[in-house]
Design a protein around this ligand. Structure first.
Ligand code: ADP
Ligand code: MG
Length: 336
């Protein structure tokens, strides 16, 4: 980068983000230290983002940083973990400007503060290829807490989902200019859902008490639910009428039938899909009402294999959507 070597870059942009973590040593050493807590289990997760694949190279740099942080924190949220810190791998094209890096660091700083998740270290290299980012997040969960896994769903469980589905895929359609007749406020909402997902860390205590299995929805409801079914050796019935849609999502799917299946197959929502005993139903509804946060019961876990879509509690099976991700699902389960 013009005018700034690797060390200047680190001290200018990243050292301030490490201040709240004593073990990061102000990014002055080769490694960071994490003091043990014998009452907690550490949860680790990594996600990578590549320009041109996961985001547009000319997306706002602060939002690229935030998406990177948030996709990782979403994995921690699915494990009902609290964030501890993160490590950042940066592979920067040599023409990256200080302005770009300043905005990227500002986005990172905002999320470090918002989620109390300091930067504990990382690595910075330059590349002749596309901008590539890797983030490893560390979290922790009480050692006494049964692990929330893909493989721990139980037959008879209710199936729950946070927030609304399909918004990020619709946001991508907006970004591609495929929804220009949609009201501007709807376009802005959907674009924000695509660019700046919300890790559902606020579900942590609720999941710890009630959830049996959980994962975040990054590849679409059907595909990700297929993972839970395969790992838990169960099937699932999804009541398509119950799938929560945002007002903007309803508006865009009415506008263009190509987009109608996005609530079932669209990726990047980073909502939490979890299963819980029927006994937990009223507690979950009460929590959702008290917090004014949407939690929706969308179906149940059944014996068998694969995901079956049903239109209403006693309705006929719904034809499966044909889109990316579907083949993977069909190969894995025995659903539709
Ligand atoms: P090393 O030679 O051991 O790879 P570096 O010189 O690359 O160390 O890094 C110096 C310090 O800066 C280390 O503490 C490292 O964790 C930190 N660091 C380097 N790049 C980043 C980054 N992108 N984000 C956060 N910390 C970083
Ligand atoms: Mg290094």
């Amino acid at each position: 980068m013009p005018g700034l070597d690797e060390f200047g870059l680190i001290s200018r942009y990243f050292v301030p983000l490490a201040q709240s973590c004593a073990g990061a040593l102000g990014l002055t050493d080769d490694a960071a230290f994490l003091p043990p807590d014998p009452t907690m289990e550490t949860v680790l997760t990594t996600d990578m983002l590549v320009a041109g694949v996961h985001f547009f190279a000319d997306d706002p740099p602060d939002l690229i940083a935030r998406k990177l942080v948030r996709t990782n924190l979403s994995d921690l949220a699915a494990k009902a973990a609290e964030p501890v810190g993160m490590l950042l791998g940066l592979s920067l094209p040599s023409q990256t400007s200080p302005q770009w890096l300043g905005q990227f660091a500002a986005g990172l700083a905002a999320d470090v503060a918002e989620f109390s998740c300091p930067l504990m270290g990382g690595d910075t290299v330059s590349t002749s290829g596309p901008l590539t980012l890797s983030l490893t997040a560390l979290g922790r969960v009480p050692i006494t807490q049964p692990r929330l896994l893909r493989s721990t769903a139980q037959v008879g469980d209710d199936l729950w989902v946070s927030g609304t589905l399909g918004d990020a895929a619709w946001g991508l359609a907006v970004a591609k200019g495929e929804a220009e007749s949609l009201a501007e406020a709807h376009q802005a909402f959907l674009l924000d859902r695509y660019r700046c997902p919300q890790p559902r860390l606020l579900l942590r205590d609720l999941l710890r008490v009630h959830a049996h299995a959980a994962m975040d929805i990054s590849d679409g409801l059907i595909q990700d639910l297929g993972h839970i079914c395969a790992a838990s050796d169960v099937g699932a019935v999804v009541l398509t009428d119950m799938i929560p849609l945002s007002a903007a999502g309803q508006a865009i799917s009415a506008l263009d039938s190509r987009h109608q299946d996005f609530s079932l197959t669209g990726g990047d929502d980073y909502e939490i899909l979890f299963t819980a005993a029927v006994d937990s139903r009223s507690a979950l509804h009460e929590w959702a009402k008290a917090k004014e946060f949407p939690l929706t019961r969308i179906g149940s876990i059944v014996s068998g294999a694969g995901v079956v879509l049903q239109n209403g509690p006693s309705g006929a099976p719904v034809a499966a959507p044909i889109r990316g991700g579907w083949r993977h699902f069909a190969a894995e389960g025995e659903g539709l």
